[in-house]
Structure formats: structure tokens, C-alpha cells
Design a protein around this ligand. Structure first.
Ligand code: ADP
Ligand code: MG
Length: 540
């Protein structure tokens, strides 16, 4: 995996620590001992300088210049020399220190044994040097300081072992900073996890992408197995969104400095999630884009909730529209009916009171029957939009269909229509406006009867449910529809009903009602063979 463009310098790591102080043991870092080459080239180690260049001369003056603690111990562990920095660290004058047993006097008591053990190989001459071990010391004020030590064996001109020389650097503050850094990294990771928010950095020049742990979690990818390059990221983007995401990323480099976009991603298990990305470009001193930094958040649930709300609002709007059309129709029907009633009265009176020729009486009868037809039509229109009760109720579809059949009973038997019912015994209820559902069933049943010949024919009603939907079907073996007709049947005022009773609104209203309940109407028809309409409604 490509490594992140480093955010900040990681704290150095040290090792071979004899010390694991109780206050600091949670984050005890480790560092490999440096090679001699590294040490001489990077750190001016007083020990190296002394032993390499000044062996055999009086080193006192040189070690006093060092800001590191430099102390030499005899084989008896007593302090033979200590520099100014050492005295300062311990808080005593040189006089008070020289001759004291180093371990007993200045090493943290609980760690004396292990400190001795770590340096034992130097004292015994088994090893010539030792590096980067941490031994804490206690100063005059009883404060503990963490010191990182390097050590060498001191030999006289004959080469026999005289004791050891230690050089130490106070790393108490550094450890504290490291600890705080680790803590803040933890805090950041935790915050990202809680917010389901990840961060990323893309180094444009070297095409390296770094993801925080949370980004891997959002994308469902294992951190160690995923090669986080820009192309690898693009591959996780939903194919339909890929071009948009790619061009947005490329545009930000050319045109502006920030963007915010939502897009879908496909997880390795095939599931699709939606994420929101916020991104900012960072430029180098020459004004050239250098890095993109971004945050990414999983907004799948929020998006789903928004979608649901939108659908609900659309349904509500639809229902409102339907109800206002209904009110309009009701008032038109009322306005027409009143004068119509007057006209009919006048015609009746004329017929009764005025002696008319036979032909004229026939005209009057025709006029009366036409007014009756208009009255019937307005009544039908009004019925489509008859006001419904305010609240949805649990509705049993089998019962609604039963009521519709009851209403049509007379016509069914007059026309010798065969009715078959296939109702499910275990049908759940749907939450719906009962009058509207009845209207739907009535319209479909009415159409089925109209599709049949004058006498005979068959209508079947069936219900069932599957998963979260309930289905009811009205099927006839009547005239059926051509493809031409079928494509227009849900249009308002579309009718092929040659008898003037057809309004062409039945299916339009049916579909409107079903959709406002979150359902759909499906039609299957074959010209000359018959038609079936299936309504599906969500159960909950
Ligand atoms: P209307 O019944 O007033 O004509 P609808 O909206 O109820 O209006 O129906 C529109 C048209 O759809 C009908 O005129 C008819 O052509 C066609 N149609 C509807 N139901 C059937 C059916 N069961 N069989 C054949 N055609 C149908
Ligand atoms: Mg109809």
C-alpha cells in the first residue's frame, strides 16, 4: 500500500529500555539502535567524539561543554566524573556527586535492578558500547526525569577495563509530547468513528492517497490489502457516478479551490452506499496545486430518509390535488344540477299542460332524457371525487371487493356474468382511505363489466400478499385492448366507451388514488381475449 503523505513528523522511537515507568508505560515507544555510521553522521555524540578523536588526552574540558549529561562510573558503580549538565540535572554540585554510588543514589529505586542489569555487559566488558536505553533518574527535588543513555566501556592505555562512560539526554518532555500526540491521534480516530467521518489527503505530484481508518471502514476495505491510489479510489465509485466524480476532481485542480459532492460507492460485498465529500486544494509557493485534502462521510441513511420524505411529500401533494379537483367537480355538478332540474321541470310541465303534436311531444321526451343523461353524468363525475373521511384506516381488501360485488349483483345476474373469486384467507390489512379504495375497486369492476358482451362472460377477483405488498386483481375475458388504446388508458378523459356514460376518468382517478397510497396499478391485456388490472398496495 502506498504510504500517506506524512501529516507531521512521527515521534522518534527508542528501545532497549530498562525503564517502563508506571506513568508512561502505555505508550513506551521503541527505537532500533542506530548503526555507527548513522550516529556519527547525524548526531554529534560526545561519547563518540571523545573516544574517536580525543582518547588519551584530558577530556574534562570537552565534556563540560556538552549539553548532554556525561558521567563516568567506576567498576564499583561510583561516580568518577560528571559534567555541568549532569550536575544541573541532578541538582547537586559536582563535589556532592563525585564518589556517590550512581545506582543507589540517583536511579529510581524501583528500577535500580533492571538498570544495573542493562549496564552489566558494559561493566563486565562483554560489550563495548550500548545505546538508547532509558534509565530514569531522581534529582534533588525528588523529581523523576527520563534519560535516554548511550554508554561505552572506559579502558586505560593497557586496555584494561576501568569503568564506563554514560551520555544521557533528558527526554521527559519529549515523551510527554509523544504521549499527547498519540492521545490526540486516538481522539481524532474516535471522533471520526463516532461521526462516521473519514479524512484523506491526496498528493498530486506523486499520486499518493492517504486514508484515515474511518475511510477504510466507510468503503468496507481492509486497510492492509488496499492500494489507496486515485485510480483505486475511482474504482470504488459507482460506475454511473464515476465520470462525474473524476471530472469534479479534475476541475477543482483547474478552476476552484473547494468542492462538495455526493456520490455512490460500491462496497466489496456489492452493497451501495452514498457518501458526501468535501475537498480543498492546497498550493505550493509557486501557486501549483500540490495536495487535495478532504473529508468523507457516509450519508446513506440520511439520503434514504430524505428520499422517503420527498415521496411522502409528493404523495401528499397528489392527494391534495386530487381533493381540490374533487371539490371543483362537486361544485360544478351542483351548479349544473340546479338549472338542469329547472329545465326538466319546465319540459315536464310543457308536456303536461300544453297540447302538443305527437312529433313535438317526442322532441320534449328526447330533451327530458338528455337532461337525465347530463344529470347522471354529473353524478358520476361527482362520485369519482366524493369527499373521503380524513384519516387512513385499516382496510380489508377482501371485504371491499365483497361490497363492490354486492352493488353489482343485479347487473351480474341480469347479464348472466359468471363471477369467480380467489381471495386469500390470510390477507393483512392495509392502511388506506376506505372510500378511495372502494372507488378503485368499483372503477375496475365497472370497466370489466363494460368490456364483456351484452350477456355472458366471466370476471374473476383475486387477492394475495407477498413481502410487504398486498395485491388484488380484477380480470375479465372481455374485449381486451389494442396496444394503441392500452398506452392511453390512464390519461384523463380518455375513453373508448361509445355509450355516453364513459367519462374517461375512471382509470385516471384509480391510478391517482393508488399512487397516493404508495402503490401501483398494472395492466395486462390482449385484444379479443381479455384484460386484468392488478393493484399493489404497501401493507404497512
Ligand atoms: P371509461 O370507463 O369512462 O371509458 P376509464 O378511465 O375507466 O374510462 O377507462 C378508459 C378506457 O380504458 C376505456 O374507455 C377502455 O377503452 C379502456 N379499458 C378500461 N378497462 C378496460 C377493460 N377491462 N377491458 C378493456 N378495455 C378497458
Ligand atoms: Mg371506466
Amino acid at each position: 500500500m502506498k504510504k500517506p503523505a506524512p501529516q507531521r513528523q512521527k515521534p522518534s522511537k527508542r528501545g532497549i529500555a530498562t525503564h517502563s515507568p508506571s506513568k508512561n508505560n502505555s505508550s513506551q515507544p521503541t527505537r532500533k539502535s542506530k548503526t555507527t555510521a548513522e550516529t556519527t553522521s547525524q548526531i554529534i555524540s560526545p561519547l563518540k567524539v571523545i573516544t574517536r578523536d580525543f582518547t588519551g588526552i584530558n577530556i574534562e574540558n570537552i565534556i563540560h561543554l556538552s549539553s548532554d549529561i556525561i558521567v563516568s562510573l567506576g567498576k564499583d558503580h561510583k561516580i568518577q566524573t560528571i559534567n555541568k549538565a549532569g550536575c544541573q540535572a541532578l541538582g547537586y554540585s559536582q563535589k556532592k556527586i563525585i564518589g556517590e554510588n550512581w545506582f543507589e543514589r540517583f536511579v529510581t529505586p524501583s528500577l535500580r535492578k533492571s538498570a544495573l542489569k542493562s549496564l552489566q555487559k558494559l561493566f563486565s566488558g562483554e560489550e563495548d558500547s550500548i545505546g538508547y536505553i532509558v534509565i530514569p533518574i531522581i534529582n534533588k527535588k525528588e523529581e523523576e526525569h527520563l534519560i535516554e543513555w548511550e554508554g561505552l566501556v572506559l579502558k586505560d592505555t593497557e586496555g584494561s577495563n576501568k569503568g564506563i562512560l554514560l551520555s544521557g539526554r533528558d527526554i521527559t518532555q519529549q515523551i510527554l509530547v509523544e504521549k499527547e500526540l498519540i492521545q490526540s491521534e486516538w481522539d481524532m480516530a474516535l471522533a471520526q468513528k463516532i461521526a462516521q467521518l473519514g479524512s484523506w489527503v491526496y498528493d498530486i505530484e506523486i499520486d499518493e492517497l492517504w486514508w484515515s481508518d474511518e475511510v477504510y471502514r466507510i468503503f468496507g476495505l481492509p486497510k492492509n490489502e488496499f492500494n489507496a491510489s486515485y485510480q483505486a479510489f475511482l474504482n470504488t465509485v459507482h460506475p454511473e457516478d464515476r465520470e462525474f466524480v473524476d471530472s469534479t476532481n479534475k476541475n477543482i485542480l483547474k478552476n476552484n479551490k473547494t468542492y462538495s459532492m455526493d456520490h455512490r460507492i460500491v462496497l466489496p460485498d456489492g452493497s451501495i452506499r452514498t457518501v458526501q465529500q468535501e475537498c480543498k486544494t492546497f498550493f505550493n509557493q509557486q501557486g501549483k496545486p500540490q495536495k487535495l485534502r478532504g473529508i468523507v462521510q457516509d450519508i446513506t441513511e440520511r439520503k434514504q430518509a430524505e428520499e422517503k420524505l420527498k415521496t411522502y411529500q409528493a404523495q401528499l401533494l397528489h392527494a391534495e390535488k386530487l381533493s381540490s379537483i374533487g371539490k371543483l367537480f362537486a361544485s360544478i355538478a351542483h351548479e349544473i344540477n340546479n338549472p338542469l332540474f329547472g329545465i326538466r321541470n319546465v319540459l315536464e310541465r310543457t308536456k303536461m299542460c300544453v297540447p302538443l303534436k305527437e312529433a313535438d311531444e317526442c322532441f320534449i321526451d328526447m330533451a327530458i332524457s338528455e337532461t337525465d343523461r347530463i344529470a347522471k353524468l354529473t353524478r358520476r363525475l361527482n362520485n369519482f371525487f366524493s369527499p373521503t373521511r380524513e384519516n387512513k384506516e385499516p382496510v380489508q381488501i377482501n371485504r371491499v371487493l365483497g361490497e363492490v360485488v354486492l352493488l353489482a349483483q343485479k347487473e351480474l345476474s341480469d347479464r348472466n356474468i359468471c363471477l369467480k373469486t380467489y381471495y386469500s384467507d390470510v390477507l393483512p390489512e392495509v392502511s388506506a382511505f376506505p372510500d378511495q379504495i372502494k372507488q378503485v375497486a368499483l372503477n375496475l369492476f365497472q370497466n370489466a363489466m363494460e368490456a364483456l358482451p351484452e350477456t355472458g362472460g366471466e370476471i374473476s377477483l383475486s387477492t394475495h400478499h407477498q413481502d410487504s405488498h398486498l395485491y388484488f386483481t380484477v380480470k375479465d375475458n372481455g374485449i381486451g385492448m389494442t396496444e394503441e388504446i392500452r398506452k392511453d388508458i390512464f390519461e384523463p378523459f380518455f375513453t373508448t366507451n361509445s355509450k355516453a356514460e364513459g367519462t374517461g376518468l375512471g382509470l385516471w382517478v384509480t391510478q391517482s388514488i393508488v399512487q397516493s397510497h404508495g402503490g401501483i396499478v398494472e395492466v395486462d391485456s390482449q385484444y379479443g381475449k381479455g384484460t386484468s388490472f392488478t393493484v399493489s398496495l404497501p401493507i404497512s
